[in-house]
Design a protein around this ligand. Structure first.
Ligand code: F6P
Length: 471
């Protein structure tokens, strides 16, 4: 699809502005040509129709170093790409966002690093994005800011444009006081978020953590449901994000996906061999290493053999410049090698490991195929993979093993819940998942599907806009 450049003047009056670190489109190489396509993910599918309807604009970063803003239309959506220089990618994105905030907000499962030389670029980049939003928003427009990269934007934008309705949604967890208090810039971050009218979180606990911290470290009154700050009211609340259920459900019913699933099943050893699946970004919060260890223990216990079952782990490359991610990759690959060395035989491995992005059709074929889906993050804002698996199980079969520390566990209560730090617990839950009766499996999956179908990503976006309208 060709890119139509948009005259900067035409930015002037947008009644809806969405801001996220990534644009909703990404550039891909198709043969000789570089073209744009939609980025995968629920956020884009939920917001694209709203943006088209309201002729809104999506502000984000195009993923490459640059120095100039560019704007273009893609399939009816206006994109405004705000640049990051190479040094800012290091300091703002890899540094403060992904080595300070990311680990701190995920239970400090890796040590959060506090560097003053990362803070300044974080402030500067937030200001640049706030200015971009201020210049394109119409009077009294709605601006919806997403995620931990832009926690200062609501406060900055409120000062530049007090007329705007500002919503903020955090896609990752918001930590309790014991952790958040470590942050040298805790007051600035809280005041930034308090520039919003509605601050949305994945869970009630996260919303409560924020409300309590705001009252403790800033001049804020009110209670957990309604805060008062600088003469304004701010609503902290939970809006658990979801997926486009219908899309996954329909895709899972297509003949192409079913043919692919059947082919993969034959390749993996036929009907008699149960398939355990893990799909994650290769991130240290996801618990990929511990689940592999648990599978090794299960094989060692001889409760199952590799004739009975096989593990397929897809790990999508992520944040490869961050040292902790490179370490994890080495560890996971070593563990896969060790398990296959210990249990595999010629022509038959215990673990299939794919380190790449998979097209959605391939992913859904794997979801269809998997008798057991293992989602074991140490901490996760939501975890949409768990919901995608459920949406793809059109026949109410398949068992979801889910970490109790994923936001999704609050809703998907009929999954087999596990503590991801407890290797023995994962081992016994894996064994249980392989032995669960058909009847119980169906009962659980039917229940889970009803939940995800009802609370899809469209309901999520509607509920946020509704709260913002009232706020
Ligand atoms: O889960 C948080 C999140 O920022 C998502 O919004 C995003 O899809 C994912 O992490 C990948 O992150 P990155 O943009 O750093 O590749």
């Amino acid at each position: 699809m060709p890119i139509e450049p948009v005259d900067a003047q035409s930015h002037a009056r947008r009644s809806l502005v969405v801001m996220a670190n990534r644009l909703p489109v990404r550039q891909v190489q198709r043969g000789q040509n570089l073209t744009w396509e939609w980025s995968p993910g629920g956020l884009v599918s939920a917001l694209a129709p709203v943006l088209t309807r309201s002729e809104g604009v999506w502000i984000g970063w195009n993923g490459r170093p640059g120095r100039t803003s560019t704007s273009f239309q893609f399939e009816g959506i206006e994109n405004l790409s705000v640049p990051l220089r190479t040094q800012e990618i290091d300091d703002f994105y890899n540094g403060f966002s992904n080595r300070t905030i990311w680990p701190l907000y995920h239970d400090a499962v890796r040590w959060p690093e506090y560097h003053r030389i990362w803070w300044k670029p974080y402030v500067e980049v937030n200001r640049r994005f706030a200015e971009a939003a201020a210049s394109v928003a119409a009077p009294k427009a709605t601006v919806w800011v997403h995620d931990y990269h832009f926690q200062l934007v609501p406060g900055m934008l409120r000062e530049m444009r007090p007329d705007l309705k500002i919503g903020f949604f955090l896609h990752i967890p918001f930590p309790p006081q014991e952790l958040f208090s470590q942050l040298p810039w805790r007051r600035q971050i809280l005041e930034g978020l308090l520039g919003s009218d509605v601050v949305g979180f994945q869970t009630r606990t996260a919303a409560q953590n924020f409300a309590r911290l705001a009252r403790r470290y800033t001049a804020t009154g009110g209670n957990d449901r309604e805060l008062r700050h600088k003469g304004r009211t701010i609503v902290p609340a939970s809006f658990p994000i979801s997926i486009d259920f219908q899309h996954f459900d329909s895709l899972a019913r297509t003949s192409a996906v079913n043919a692919r699933a059947q082919h993969l099943r034959r390749v993996l050893g036929g009907e008699g061999r149960r398939i355990i699946l893990g799909v994650d970004r290769l991130d240290y919060t996801k618990g990929i290493d511990v689940r592999l260890k648990a599978f090794r223990e299960l094989l060692r216990s001889k409760a199952v053999t590799i004739e009975d079952c096989v593990f397929v782990q897809c790990a999508v490359p992520s944040r490869e410049k961050v040292v902790q991610y490179a370490d994890l990759k080495r560890r996971v690959e070593q563990t896969v090698g060790e398990i296959n060395g210990e249990f595999g035989s010629v022509g038959r491995v215990a673990v299939h490991y794919l380190h790449r992005n998979l097209p959605i059709e391939e992913l859904v074929a794997l979801y269809r195929l998997a008798d057991v889906m293992v989602v074991t993050p140490f901490r996760d804002g939501m975890n949409l993979i768990a919901k995608e698996y459920v949406a793809s199980r059109t026949e109410n079969t398949g068992v979801l093993v889910l970490s109790e520390f994923a936001g999704a566990a609050q809703e998907l209560r009929r999954a087999l819940l596990v503590n991801p730090h407890d290797v023995d617990g994962i081992v016994s839950t894996l064994e249980r998942s392989l032995r669960l009766s058909q009847e119980e499996t169906r009962r659980r999956m039917r229940w889970l599907r009803r939940v995800v179908q009802k609370h899809d990503v469209f309901a999520w976006a509607d509920s946020f806009f509704e709260a913002l309208k009232d706020g």
